[in-house]
Design a protein around this ligand. Structure first.
Ligand SMILES: *Cc1c(COP(=O)(O)O)cnc(C)c1O
Length: 396
């Protein structure tokens, strides 16, 4: 998965361009910057790569979610449908927006289930925030249809799925806005960074302004900018953008390598009778950052983990128990431990987060194991690891 594994002279060169001019800021200073516009270049390259009209680079994936929610008009009192399997930033961004996260079930795509989304839609639902987890996709066309039919917006958290496509179309480009993260462990990294994409010019203009205190960015002198809206500081620095620019050029290589490795895992494990693979609506579009398998039940999954452990086979991630990405571990969410009074509390709009019931998601996550596809692993490493896994899984 992570681009940090292939950090090299190309990233250093881009950063040196910036250090040599000393212009660490993405706007203005034309006379000093010697033609280097790292953030703007990244945005252009990402638009080309994903075939979308607009991109705005920002300080993090979390910031991207905040920008998307605000510029799509999601705020106090609005309900946003979210999955119980995600990195917590998705939920925190909804809280930060003043809105109310409402949990719907996932299906075997490990992403939101379109049928359950429809059940959770209420009069207050303004948006569905679908998360394309672990490098692959939700049933995005079905979810898009549910959103259209019920007149709610679709926003995509594609932070973990850069480069993934569904029927040739980039994840992040199905809804009103798509969000990406370029933090240190994502498919490509800026060190810290994020981005929003959209095909809607008005949303882009609002996002660009909102991410920089409402500046309209129309002139060459920032001091003279107008401010059509209020906003915040979600800017990225040129240093971070420079790293990302070099990393983005490596994306195709990263995807190719991951896909090759994942194919080897899948070929070797497909003969294990206990194993089914995560449902991937379009396997050709899978960015292949992870291999996720489902075992017959929770007991067998726990047995497999014990056997892996006994024979010192590493790499299995059991999200259900021991990671930050599933609702079972979110004690601080269940008790809404925010340092200050939350909008949803003030509006009396809280759900009963102590007792969120997602039995279908529990049943899926209890028998799901994921393995990260590492760029540093050679074909021989991958084959050896896959055969070790197979030996254990054949015992179940
Ligand atoms: C990483 C991640 C984020 C947040 O991105 P940061 O850049 O770390 O703020 C949001 N959502 C998901 C699904 C992520 O994996």
């Amino acid at each position: 998965m992570p681009g940090f594994e292939i950090f090299s002279d190309e990233e250093r060169k881009e950063v040196m361009d910036v250090l040599e001019t000393g212009v660490l800021f993405r706007y203005n200073f034309e006379n000093n910057r010697k033609g280097h516009w790292k953030a703007a270049s990244f945005e252009k390259d990402l638009c080309n790569k994903l075939n979308v009209g607009y991109c705005h680079l920002c300080s993090s994936g979390t910031a991207a979610l905040n920008i998307a929610l605000a510029t799509c008009g999601i705020g106090a009192g609005d309900e946003v449908i979210v999955p119980p399997f995600t990195f917590l930033a998705t939920i925190e961004a909804v809280l930060m927006a003043g809105a109310t996260p409402v949990f719907a079930e996932i299906d075997e795509t490990l992403c939101l289930d379109p049928a359950d989304i429809e059940k959770k839609i209420s009069e207050k639902t303004r948006a569905v925030l679908v998360v394309h987890m672990c490098g692959s996709m939700a049933k995005i066309d079905a979810i898009h249809q549910v959103c259209e039919k019920n007149h709610v917006l679709l926003i995509e958290d594609a932070c973990q799925s850069l480069g993934s496509t569904y029927k040739g179309k980039a994840l992040g480009s199905f809804g009103s806005m798509g969000c990406f993260s370029f933090d240190y462990v994502k498919t490509i990294t800026c060190g810290e960074g994020g981005g929003v994409i959209t095909n809607d010019e008005q949303l882009y203009t609002a996002a660009h302004a909102f991410a920089d205190h409402g500046h309209d960015h129309l002139g060459a002198d920032r001091g003279q900018d107008k401010h059509p809206i209020l906003g915040y500081n979600f800017r990225i620095s040129e240093l971070n953008a420079a790293v990302g620019l070099a990393q983005l050029r490596k994306l195709d290589l990263i995807l190719e390598k991951q896909r090759q490795s994942k194919n080897i895992y899948k070929q070797i494990l497909s003969s294990c009778s206990a194993v089914t693979f995560r449902d991937i609506p379009d396997t050709d579009g899978d960015s292949s950052t992870f291999l996720s398998i489902l075992l017959p039940d929770e007991n067998k999954t726990r047995t497999a983990l014990k056997l892996f452990n006994d024979s010192e086979i590493s790499g299995a991630i059991y999200w259900y128990d021991n990671n930050w990405h599933y609702i079972r571990q979110w004690e601080h969410l269940k008790t809404l431990k925010w340092p200050a009074r939350l909008t949803l509390t003030a509006l009396d709009a809280t759900c009963d987060y102590q007792n969120v019931s997602v039995p279908l998601s529990d049943a899926i996550m209890a028998r799901t194991l994921s393995f990260q596809i590492k760029l540093s692993e050679t074909e021989t490493d991958v084959t050896r690891h896959a055969n070790q896994l197979k030996q254990v899984l054949d015992q179940l």
